[in-house]
Design a protein around this ligand. Structure first.
Ligand SMILES: O=P(O)(O)OP(=O)(O)OP(=O)(O)OC[C@H]1O[C@@H](n2cnc3c(O)ncnc32)[C@H](O)[C@@H]1O
Ligand SMILES: [Mg+2]
Length: 203
């Protein structure tokens, strides 16, 4: 075993969403961390009113259940013409990604104003019930009239990023990292997390 492995801290990704987990594995790859998935049987109720509250709830619950640091992400799509819906209810909008997309396109059928934004709140909590880091990121765009692209997950095929004119589903994981709500939030988290890990490893 190398000395690196000896000091490598475990970080549990407090999410049941395979698409998010894939992105976090890429985002965290350069850090001296052992990245693990949360236990399959763990379901956390998202009772918060905001993305930040829900991210906290998920991070604290999973950190306590696993006895490790946990990183949670609460995210969603807010549509201007729908007064911010589905927002924190983005996962509960319908039963599957395909049905969520279908419902949103249906709701916006007669509506010209397609402006929307994605938000992501990230939270890292410790096994001792402490919130270590919290950040938020946002990405502005438009809801398309039809799905475009095969990559990504969730609402990606119908969210066109203002800055690129492409949907998240048309982007590589690296491009999505550059423009997305999650990538922007992680850019804020990354230096603070590195500092925290550095401090921890000092004798
Ligand atoms: O709570 P966890 O277990 O992390 O997984 P979840 O899928 O329930 O995640 P949220 O509660 O944060 O709900 C977010 C919803 O918004 C969608 N979403 C979040 N980020 C997205 C992204 O980058 N691209 C497309 N859809 C996204 C996601 O698929 C969910 O339907
Ligand atoms: Mg959820």
């Amino acid at each position: 075993m190398s000395s690196n492995e000896l000091t490598e801290r475990v970080l549990v990704i407090a999410s049941g969403n395979a698409g998010k987990i894939r992105e976090f594995r890429q985002l965290l790859a350069h850090l001296p961390l052992s990245v693990q998935a949360q236990p399959k049987d763990l379901a956390v109720e998202e009772t918060g009113q905001t993305f930040a509250e829900n991210a906290r709830i998920k991070a604290l619950t999973v950190a306590q259940a696993t006895g490790q640091w946990a990183l949670a992400d609460d995210s969603g799509l807010s549509v201007e013409a729908l007064a911010g819906a589905p927002g924190v209810y983005s996962a509960r909008y319908a039963a599957s990604d395909a049905l969520r997309i279908e419902r949103l396109l249906q709701e916006l059928k007669e509506i010209d104003d397609r402006r929307a934004h994605f938000s992501a709140a990230l939270c890292i909590a410790s096994e001792t019930n402490e919130v270590l880091l919290e950040v938020e990121g946002r990405c502005e765009g438009l809801i398309t009239h039809a799905a475009r692209g095969e990559k990504g997950f969730g609402y990606d095929p119908i969210f066109e990023v203002d800055a690129t004119g492409t949907t998240f589903a048309e982007m590589t994981i690296e491009q999505k990292r550059q423009w997305s709500h999650r990538g922007c939030a992680f850019a804020l988290l990354d230096p603070a997390l590195q500092e925290l890990l550095h401090k921890q490893n000092k004798p």
